[in-house]
Every structure is written in C-alpha cells, then in structure tokens.
Design a protein around this ligand. Structure first.
Ligand code: ADP
Length: 478
C-alpha cells in the first residue's frame, strides 16, 4: 500500500505492508496523515540492516558521531515551531507544550553530541608486575527503541541520541498513535550523514513490530517506555534470550502538601503536575496528599483553579489543557471517574467530556477527594484525574506517599528546610521535587524510578552510558 510517509530501512525509504491514518484528537475531521506500517518480516530486515551497520558505526570517530548528532539537534531546534505544530496536532498537547518538547528533543541531541566527544576510560595499576589495566566503554550493538505516544519527540530523542552517540545502531518503533512525529524525527536523522543501516524507522503495531524487536536475537539492547503490563511481559522474553533491557513504566506520583507550605505555590504545583499535558505524563501528580490543617484551604483553592482551566483545541489561543490523545484513553479516564464515584470518592470538579468547536476527545480535568485505598488513588490512570488524600501529620503524609507499588517521582511543598531534607531522604522515588511540580525535568540529568516504575539503568544525561555501553577491562603486559 502507498503512503508518502514510509519506513526507513537500511538507508532507504520503504513502502510498508499496510498503512494507517494518524488522527488529530483536537479535530477528528482533520487527520494528520497516512503512514506506512511494517510487519514482523520488514522489522527483521531493519534489524539485519542495523546489525550489519554495527561494526562500521561503532568504530567511527567521536568527531563524526558528534557532528551527526549536532546536525540533528540544530535542525530540530531551527524547526521547533513546525515540529511543535505537528506534535500538537497528533498528540494533542498544547502548542506551547509541544514547541517546548521539540526544543527539548533538539537540546538532547546537542547534549549527546558533546557526550560523544567526552568518552573517557580509567587506567589502573595491576596487582601484578609489568601489567597495565585499562577500563573503557564500548557500544553494546543493536538497540531496539520502543517508544510511547505521550512524548513523541522527546522520549525517542533521549533514547536515539545516546544510542548513536555511544556507537550503537538503532531500530526505532514509535507508538501507534504518533507515527507522524516518529517519521518527522526520522526524516531529519536520515539526512544527517549516518551510514546506511545505522538508524532505522519501523512504524507499526506493538504486537508485530514491537514483538519482532523483542524476539530478535540480533537486538542486543531494548529501551522501552510504556505501560507496566507490556514492560513486564517484554522483560521476561528479552531477559530469557540475554538482551540488556531498560524499562520506564508507570507512576502514581504523590505530591505532599505540608501545613507550612505556600498554598498558592502548592496549588500551582498540583495543577501543573496533575493536569498539564492533559495528565498524560508518567511523572504526573495523581495523588495530592495534604496535611489536615491545610486541607480545606488547599482543596478550595485547587477546586477553583481547576474549574477555571481552559480546555480546547491544542492549537487554540489561551488553551491550557488539550484533548485526551485517543478515544481509548478517554474511555479509560471516564471509566475511572465511574470507579471513583462507585468507591465513594467525592468528585468536586470536572470529570465529564467537553464540547468544543471541533469534534475531539475533550475532557474537563477531574478532582476527587478520596481515600488511600481507592483504586483511583492506587492505579495509574494516565489522564487529567487527581485525588486529594488527607494526612494526619507529616509522618502520615510520608507513609501515604510511599504506599504505592510505583516509585518514579514524588514531591513535597513546604517552607521548612528540615522537612524538605527529611522528605528528600525518605521518599521512595527515583526523582524528588521540592516546591515544584512532579512533572517537568531537566534533560541533562538522570531520569528514572524505583519499584514497579523502572527497570535497569537510568536514562538521560551522562548516566545514559550505563545502558548504552558495555565495559571492557584490558590487561597489557608491556
Ligand atoms: P500504552 O498503553 O500507553 O499504549 P503500551 O505499553 O501498550 O502503552 O505501548 C508502549 C509501546 O510498546 C508502544 O510503542 C507499543 O506499540 C509497544 N508494544 C505494545 N505491545 C508490545 C509487545 N507485545 N511487544 C513489544 N512492544 C509492544
């Protein structure tokens, strides 16, 4: 089947086995485009190409790798408005958020261009006479990148850039919902001077393309971001065949508001963390744990701020909350609204669909008052739904914050240095925020979580080298 947006395999644009329409969740009457989809056999061809290109790319000079990555980063930054417009239309986050994400993707490539040049090693004295020991890092080989739909430029960037910087080759599978962003990023990468096969794009389903990547003995490492269920299943298969695996999965991130917090600041942290990007962030604050004495005032302010949020077309002026990304996700969110009501949580604002000028998956951000055992307070919803939970005191708040199978990000709002320090130490999460929303991180420092949220080494910054390289210890007898 024909589509001008094809897969990129072994340095060539290849027609897919089928095609699929990418929808615009802000306007279902104006789809983004039609994109080629691969099957397992075409994915295998991409994997073979990446495997064959592996040695050539691994032994390129750091300068060459830096130049390629720098060129990709520069083009993304130069075109951030246009890429942001595409992202907003395809995923549904607001234009400002989308342009910010495109810029972030560009900066990530620039950062790893620098990292390619900063490859270092260590020299040790041997315990034996006349021997020297060097420890260096080498690429691990072919990396399969399986990406989610919620950050369709930034997450692929923070996987592809370090993979290439450290000398690996790549097979990239974007999520089904966002082939246009995956294609646009790949088109830029395709013109940056990589050898044929070093980077490959295969759009398609998780069941066919994703599974083929997971199953292939030629794929040495898999970096996955997505749901916990898929991640857990993928891990079993990949580990059985000895592949290296890095997983970033869900979160049920707490934001603790202590009695001494600046309440306006805490409300802003809660609104941004819970509802911006339509709540579709694995770092979203979906549990707002508030110390009893601040509870009523916090809830009153947050309810009004939430009610006033402007929901609408992702490209609309003044819009703060874009549509939900897909019908399936909207149905899941509405299902949880019903679950929350049935469990006895009090819905204080939002939670219903919203009619806008164009047909789309619009929903008013929902605020519940609930209990820690409610399903809406325990399960990841991945939508603009937050639940406020009352804590007796700071110790109780900390215990509630840690009472979750997840451990990606956690936040605390307080004016007390002592409490801030205590929470930073005791929150069981990979990332901790003090007087900041749980979502919104820098691009040059490690990103990742604990418990059911993550598996394997951290992503981003120079910590990315842990996953994308393997260590060699060389002994020399002079
Ligand atoms: P979500 O529910 O947010 O879409 P998923 O975990 O289903 O999260 O999807 C994340 C990524 O994993 C997507 O690119 C998807 O296509 C891919 N995927 C889904 N199922 C599989 C699978 N069985 N094997 C490999 N990848 C998969």
């Amino acid at each position: 089947m024909q589509s001008s947006f094809r897969n990129y395999i072994n340095g060539r644009w290849e027609t897919g086995v089928t095609t699929a329409i990418s929808e615009n969740p802000s306007d279902l009457g104006s789809p983004v485009g039609e994109y080629a989809r691969a099957d397992a056999a075409q994915t295998d061809a991409a994997i073979r190409a990446a495997s064959q290109a592996s040695a050539a790319w691994a032994f390129t000079t750091p300068q060459r790798r830096a130049d390629v990555l720098d060129q990709i980063g520069s083009e993304i930054l130069a075109r951030k408005d246009e890429l942001g417009d595409l992202l907003a239309r395809e995923e549904g986050k607001t234009l400002a958020e989308s342009i910010g994400e495109a810029a972030r993707a560009g900066n990530i490539f620039k950062f790893f261009a620098g990292e390619a040049l900063r490859a270092t090693g260590e020299k040790f004295a041997s315990v034996r006479p006349g021997i020297e020991v060097d420890v260096t890092r080498e690429p691990i080989g072919v990396i399969g990148i399986i990406a989610p739909w919620n950050f369709p430029l930034a997450i692929p960037a923070w996987k592809i850039a370090p993979a290439l910087a450290y000398g690996n080759t790549v097979v990239f599978k974007p999520a089904e919902l966002v082939p246009a962003c995956g294609w646009a990023l790949s088109e830029i990468i395709s013109r940056a001077g990589l050898p044929a096969g070093a980077f490959n794009l295969v759009n398609g389903s998780g069941r066919q393309v994703g599974q083929a990547i997971v199953d292939s003995p030629l794929v040495d490492g898999i970096s996955f971001t997505g749901s916990q269920a898929t991640g857990a299943q993928l891990l079993k298969t990949a580990v059985e065949r000895g592949a290296k695996v890095q997983l970033e999965m869900g979160g049920k991130n707490p934001l603790v508001v202590l009695a001494d917090a600046d309440l306006d600041q805490a409300v802003e942290c809660a609104v941004q963390g819970a509802f911006f990007s339509t709540g579709q962030r694995c770092t979203a604050s979906s549990r707002l744990i508030v110390e009893s004495t601040a509870y009523d005032a916090f809830v009153a302010k947050l309810r009004e701020r939430t009610r006033a949020l402007k929901v609408g077309h992702a490209l609309g002026r003044g819009i703060e909350i874009g549509p939900v990304a897909s019908r399936a996700q909207l149905e899941q969110n509405l299902g949880y609204i019903e679950i929350g009501r049935h469990e006895g949580a009090e819905l204080v604002v939002g939670g219903a669909t919203v009619e806008c000028a164009t047909p789309g998956h619009y929903m008013a951000p929902a605020l519940f008052l609930g209990e820690p055992q409610h399903r809406i307070a325990r399960e990841e919803i991945f939508g603009p739904v937050a639940v406020v939970i009352r804590a007796d005191d700071a110790d109780h708040a900390l215990a509630l914050a840690n009472d979750t199978p997840y451990g990606l990000c956690a936040g605390v709002c307080t004016r007390s240095l002592k409490q801030a320090t205590h929470f930073k130490r005791h929150l069981q999460a990979g990332m901790v925020m003090v007087n900041l929303p749980t979502a919104g991180v820098d691009y040059h420092v490690p990103f990742g979580g604990r418990k059911a949220s993550s598996h394997g080494p951290r992503e981003q910054g120079r910590y990315a080298a842990e996953f994308y390289t393997t260590v060699k210890t060389a002994y020399t007898h002079a």
